[in-house]
Design a protein around this ligand. Structure first.
Ligand code: GNR
Ligand code: NI
Length: 168
């Protein structure tokens, strides 16, 4: 069990394009477990490696509700196999953009291919909240935050507030 500090925007480490892992070995599996511990403690429903300063294509998700059994997803090197033409809009937040929320429109459903914590190739079909969070986390691996989907005006307003809040 290890918690890692979560980086807050604007931080250049959140803008980097992350590299794939060569394979999911013990070190990557440990990173996945640290990400889950950090995500549950926050609390959040997803967390990507760059949010704790690790520039690799690794992320975790658990959208189970409070009181329900945990359903952790440990994901490395994810790729979209399919994205729906249909979109959906959802009010997103981000642990790296604390206390700000905005509607983001993305494909409503998808199929994902990835490596799990045992380095096995897996595929997953997702819709609804899970599809939204998968895309939010995969954006992080390319240095993209949900505020990058907003107008320049809205994004700059949020970034200015985060910079001011940090100075305190
Ligand atoms: O905890 C989180 N909630 C959330 C809500 C709507 C859309 C996306 C998310 S992900 C976020 C955690 C986070 O920042 N992951 O990168
Ligand atoms: Ni996020």
């Amino acid at each position: 069990m290890a918690l890692r500090p979560i980086l807050v925007a604007p931080d250049p480490r959140l803008k980097a394009k992350c590299l794939p892992v060569a394979k999911v070995d013990g070190e990557v599996a440990r990173l996945m477990d640290d990400l889950l511990d950090t995500m549950y403690a926050a609390p959040g429903i997803g967390l990507a490696a760059p949010q704790v300063g690790a520039s690799v294509r690794v992320l975790v998700i658990d959208i189970a509700k409070d009181g329900e059994e945990r359903q952790p997803l440990r994901i490395a090197n994810p790729e979209f196999v399919w994205l729906s033409d249909e979109d959906r809009s959802y009010e997103e937040g981000c642990l790296s953009v604390p206390e700000h929320y905005a509607e983001v429109t993305r494909p409503a459903a998808l199929r994902l291919r990835y490596l799990d914590h045992q380095n096995e190739i897996r595929e997953l079909d997702a819709e609804g909240l899970l599809a939204t969070v998968i895309q939010h986390e995969m954006d992080h691996l390319d240095g993209v935050l949900f505020i990058d989907h907003l107008s320049n005006l809205k994004r700059n307003m949020i970034l200015r507030k985060l910079t001011k809040a940090r100075a305190r």
